[in-house]
Design a protein around this ligand. Structure first.
Ligand SMILES: Nc1ncnc2c1ncn2[C@@H]1O[C@H](COP(=O)(O)OP(=O)(O)O)[C@@H](O)[C@H]1O
Ligand SMILES: [Mg+2]
Length: 251
């Protein structure tokens, strides 16, 4: 795992140090005919290395739009996203795939694994085009799958595994290139309650090891287990338990 979290200015958050992620005055406006729809309306916050942050809010409040700006899947109308001090929102379009591959690990509700590939191959493929040797890729895929408890399922295809096992492969894949941030959009949305707890425990243990993770969820039982909850409404932050003055682990 990267450990380049610099210690410098005293931040507002318990973890201190320079934030791994800075979001400044982020706006995204979609035109619906002639009517502007402000999907994100001046959103700013910082995330420290190793934080496990959840983003909650009603459908349409801008959660997925926010993740797609952080993950450089789309560009804001205004404002900036900095990862480790680098403004990714200024990157050239031709640079975007490399930045996504190196800085971000994505986890989706429906796992998005490649159905014809084995667990090993699904993790390995994330490391293609990174200059990692074939042997090293295999070694790392094995390490990661063992870490998520699937060391005995390496050659299984997604259809031969449960939803929880598939999501654990997706998490191993997301970790493959040691991303600065993992972005998970409803990672427990398609699994049962017991499996949900396995996934949440895995995210918690990764965060304890220093992995920064942002989870979008509508499930308050998941959100309550994270370090910090940002609640969105109409494209704005309605509350943030990580800001001084707000109650810790509240809502
Ligand atoms: N590509 C798009 N074009 C037009 N409107 C969009 C687009 N994506 C999202 N929206 C609108 O932006 C708002 C926020 O959407 P979204 O970020 O998906 O919310 P959430 O993930 O919280 O449900 C919604 O009103 C949605 O309809
Ligand atoms: Mg959404």
């Amino acid at each position: 795992m990267n450990s380049n979290g610099k210690n410098g200015s005293n931040g507002d958050y318990a973890a201190g140090g320079e934030p791994i992620l800075c979001i400044r005055n982020l706006k995204k406006t979609y035109m619906q005919g002639k009517i502007p729809l402000h999907a994100l309306n001046d959103v700013s916050f910082d995330v420290q290395k190793g934080e496990l942050l959840s983003i909650v809010g009603p459908s349409g409040s801008g959660k997925s739009t926010l993740l797609s700006m952080i993950g450089l899947l789309d560009r804001p109308t205004d404002g900036s996203v900095f990862i480790n001090g680098v403004e990714i929102t200024r990157a050239k379009e031709s640079e975007a795939p490399r930045i996504r591959r190196e800085k971000i690990g994505f986890v989706f509700q429906h796992f998005n694994l490649l159905s014809t590939l084995t667990a090993m191959e699904n993790v390995d493929i994330a490391m293609r085009f990174t200059g990692t040797s074939k042997n090293r890729r295999k070694e790392r895929a094995f390490e990661l799958l063992s870490m998520v408890g699937l060391g005995d399922r390496l050659k299984h295809k997604p259809s031969e595994l449960s939803g929880g096992q598939q999501q654990r492969i997706a998490i191993a894949r997301a970790l493959a290139n040691e991303p600065a941030i993992i972005l998970a959009d409803e990672p427990t949305g398609a699994v049962d309650t017991k499996t949900r707890e396995v996934i949440v425990e895995l995210l918690k243990s990764l965060s304890k090891k220093g992995q920064t993770i942002i989870v979008v969820t509508h499930d308050m039982d998941v959100a309550r287990q994270t370090d910090r909850i940002i609640s969105m409404r109409d494209g704005m932050i309605a509350s943030d338990t990580g800001v001084k003055g707000n109650e810790e682990h509240g809502l």
